[in-house]
Design a protein around this ligand. Sequence first.
Ligand code: NI
Length: 255
Amino acid sequence: MFIDTHCHMEDENFNSDRAEVLERAKVAGVEAIINFGSTMESSIAICELAKNFSGIYGGIGIHPEEIDDFDKNTCAKLAELAENKKVIAIGEIGLDYHWEKDLERRQIQQKIFIEQLDLARQLKLPVCVHDRDAHGDTLKILQTEGKNLRGVLHCYSGSLEMAREVWKLGWFIGVDGPLTFKNSAKLPEIVKAAPRDKILIETDAPYLAPVPYRGKRNEPAYVVEVAKKLAEFRGETLEEVAAYTAANAKNLYAL
Ligand code: NI
């Protein structure tokens, strides 16, 4: 059985066939799916989804590209949402310097990231971090502000050196579609070096569909393609990969 540890089933791309997509995931052997919010609105939608479907869990938070959605009441509202038992994480939160070039707004991203790390610590929840082209600052913030927190750098795109620092903190890396791409850059080398107990699989659906679905709408059933590629690079069986990645997800997210 597989666990898709990061996706966005509340996304409007699934409005016409959400139940069918979730059924296909079940048939493919996906026993649990964790959806992550990026705004207050999507975080609320994720809580609703989790309530209505078994095996569906949620992470809530404000994404770095959505900082205008964050105000002085946001953390209190998120804490209230987190009273739902199926809210199991804070995320996705972090830094995105790919789309944000303005230095002042990058500093606001950092401040909001740190505030939500504090919230996760208060609520005793693990964290799902988005880091795009902000590796240095992300690692620095985790090392200085991440005390007593556990989490994952989802859709990992840093170096092997950085991954070793992440593992040293007791954190995980999450891998998804890009591992199956021809231009997967440093990822094969990183997953080969990863300790078994520090790696998670995910889809980030509806984005980043793995080969052979690249370019199409992604969905949780395709997490199996990520697992297959991981097995190939690491010289393991698909069953082994399924077993330890699911155990890791259950461990981090207390499923
Ligand atoms: Ni995502």
